[in-house]
Design a protein around this ligand. Structure first.
Ligand code: HEC
Length: 169
């Protein structure tokens, strides 16, 4: 009897572990947001290069965000739009030193548009960041969004979004 109980406890543990694994094993941000599954495969909205801290960035969007971006319907961005920014340290390309290319991953961050759900922080967006290749949630508590929002104030009139979608042919 004891043995069966131990075995089923082990089975439960294994099941829990496999569910955690399937969920990507990344801890949620302090405000409860999680990393959208498959965001690495989202289309590009734009890129940017920060010259002061030597980082390269790519701005990606989910289907709703990309449709809005390509159609010029970003004032405001529609509910359900999610924007991702992925930041890498830069390094020269050894084979072509005039080119700079991505090195170590610095962080990934997301803005989720839901005007009703995120009305409380005054922006209609949910904000979250994960640090480094190990994707450690950034911030001690929910007030971490204030840091994001404060720096996005200059573009409040553009629905808090800096990125102007890059032109494609
Ligand atoms: C120091 C200022 C600053 C802070 C702090 C900041 N951002 Fe931004 N953010 C920017 C700038 C500037 C851009 C434009 C793209 C670029 O050049 O990196 C940007 C772009 C973004 C984008 C792509 C959409 C857009 O607005 O262009 C997302 C997503 C984003 N930030 C999320 C966050 C989150 C989440 C936080 C807080 C954890 C945060 N940001 C904190 C300055 C900041």
């Amino acid at each position: 009897m004891k043995r069966t109980a131990r075995l089923s406890a082990l089975a439960l543990l294994l099941l829990a572990a496999s569910i955690a694994w399937a969920g990507g094993m990344t801890a949620p941000s302090p405000n409860g947001m999680t990393i959208p599954e498959g965001f690495e495969n989202w289309p590009v909205i734009s890129v940017s290069h920060r010259v002061d801290n030597h980082t390269l960035r790519v701005i990606l969007g989910n289907d709703i965000a990309v449709e809005a971006a390509r159609g010029g319907k970003t004032d405001p961005w529609p509910d359900g739009a999610v924007l991702a920014k992925v930041v890498w340290k830069e390094r020269p390309e050894e084979a072509w030193p005039d080119a700079i290319v991505p090195d170590k991953l610095v962080h990934v961050e997301f803005m989720h548009k839901d005007a009703a759900k995120y009305a409380g922080n005054g922006t209609g967006w949910g904000w979250a960041r994960w640090l480094g290749p190990e994707l450690k949630p950034y911030g001690a508590d929910v007030s971490v969004e204030n840091e994001c929002i404060d720096c996005h104030v200059p573009v409040e009139e553009r629905d808090w979004v800096y990125t102007i979608p890059a032109r494609f042919p």
